[in-house]
Design a protein around this ligand. Structure first.
Ligand code: 5GP
Length: 203
């Protein structure tokens, strides 16, 4: 398999529970020149998560202060966040400096973010590769969310509602991969990274 082309932004997006996080871990294990962007969030830390590793955990006030800073700052080079979105009542955002430093050093950067944020990055970096990972069906997604056991039923229900909407946005992404089997999906992403994928892949 060829190495990923350096200096690129790869965005793994798609509904919650589809396997984005697992795919990113698998990618980082096999692609040495890839830097994972660790997001900031105002959501509460889950059991098993570590601050600075899973996310940079912030209070809602601290997150809103970053948003206010960026909105008042005309120079995008001084923004805290490259993109941000409110997802199911919590803020999530990509720190700008990490992405820009990695790109400047010739690394490629991997972002695991929801759809609104992915589209914001594409507006700023039209060459970013947007990869939408879809579940085989919404029923399969509901099953995965329930069996991973990280959210309560009310949270699962609202995530599924958001997923229904996110599924309608698929056409706006460069690639759509159906995650039937993780290894097949991983191989497809590596082909995209190596520049050998033949256009928009639907599997
Ligand atoms: P979770 O609460 O399950 O960790 O994440 C909820 C959603 O937020 C997921 O779809 C995840 O990919 C997305 N997300 C994580 N980090 C970011 C980020 O920095 N920006 C945006 N826009 N979404 C993010």
């Amino acid at each position: 398999m060829n190495q990923p082309v350096p200096g690129h932004i790869y965005i793994i997006t798609g509904p919650s529970g589809v396997g984005k996080g697992t795919l990113c871990k698998m990618l980082l294990a096999v692609e040495p020149n890839l830097t994972l962007s660790i997001s900031a969030t105002s959501r509460a830390m889950r059991a098993g998560e570590t601050d600075g590793v899973s996310y940079h955990f912030k209070t809602r006030d601290a997150f809103e202060a970053m948003i206010a800073h960026d909105q008042a700052q005309p120079d995008a080079e001084r923004h805290h966040l490259l993109e941000w979105a409110e997802y199911n009542g919590n803020y999530y955002g990509t720190p700008r400096s990490v992405v820009q430093e990695a790109l400047a050093a010739g690394s490629s950067v991997l972002l695991e973010i929801e759809t609104q944020g992915a589209l914001q990055v594409k507006r700023k970096f039209p060459s970013a590769h947007l990869i939408f990972v879809a579940p085989p069906s919404l029923e399969a997604l509901a099953y995965r969310l329930r069996t991973r056991g990280t959210e309560a039923e009310a949270e699962i229900a609202s995530r599924l509602e958001i997923s229904r909407h996110e599924m309608t946005l698929q056409d706006q992404f460069d690639y759509v991969l159906v995650n039937e089997r993780l290894e097949t999906c991983l191989d497809a992403i590596r082909e995209i990274m190596a520049g050998t994928a033949s256009g928009r892949t639907l599997r």
